[in-house]
Design a binder for this molecule. Sequence first.
Ligand SMILES: [Fe+2]
Length: 253
Amino acid sequence: MTRRQAIKTTALASAAFATLPGAIAQTNSTAPAATPSGPFTLPPLPYAYDALEPHIDTQTMHLHHDKHHAAYVANLNKAWEQMPWGGPPPTFTYLVENWLKDPKFLSENVTIRNNGGGHYNHSLFWQMMKKNGGGEPTGDLAKAMNANFGSFSTFKDNFTKTALGQFGSGWAWLVWDGGQLKIEPTPNQDSPVSQIASILDGGLQFQIPLLGLDVWEHAYYLKYQNKRADYIAAWWNVVNWDFVAERYSKLKA
Ligand SMILES: [Fe+2]
C-alpha cells in the first residue's frame, strides 16, 4: 500500500457521514428522535422510517435508530465528559482515527469501545440500506467480488453463513483488507475499522467496512423473533449497493 492509498483509506474510514449532509431525512415520525447532548450527535436516517418495509419494519427502525443508536451516542458523550480533555470537543473523525484505531486505548476504555463502535457502525449501517435496494452489485465491485469470492452467489452464501454463525450480538461485514475483499464477523459493537488489515506495507493499516449487517437481536426481534435467518434473507432486499460501490471506488481509485 502506498502512502497515498493509506491516506485515502483513512479518509474513507472516518467518512461515515459522507453522504448524510446532502441526504434529506424523510421521516413519518410524529416525535423527533432524542438528541443526546455532547460533541457526538445522532445522524438522521437518510430515508423514512417505513422506507424499508416490509423487510425491515417501521417500529424496529424507530427503536433501532431513535433508542439504540441514540443510546450509543448519549453514552459516548457521557464517557467523553468523564475523560480528562484539554482540547476542543472530539469530532466523528477524531473518534475513528484516534480512538477506534488505537487497540491500547480501546482495551483501557471499554465504554468508548462499545459506544463509539456502536455509533460508527450504525452511522454506516443506515446508509448501507435503502428503499427498493437489493439485487447485485455491478461494475468494478462486481468484478472484485468475482475475483475474491468466485461469484456473487458464493459471496452472498458465505456472508449469510457468517451472519448466522455470529454467536450472540455482533455484525457480519464485507471489508476492504489491504486490497482484498473479505468477509469478517465482529462481536458486540467492535468495528472492522479497529481490526488491523492483513497486508501491512508502510505502516499500520486497518480494515475498511464496505457493507455490514447488524445481527443484534434489537435489529430484528420485533418482526422476526428468534428467526435470524429470515431477517438476513429479507435484509438482502434492502442492501444499498450504490453506497457500497461508492466506498469501494474511493479505495480503488
Ligand atoms: Fe444495532
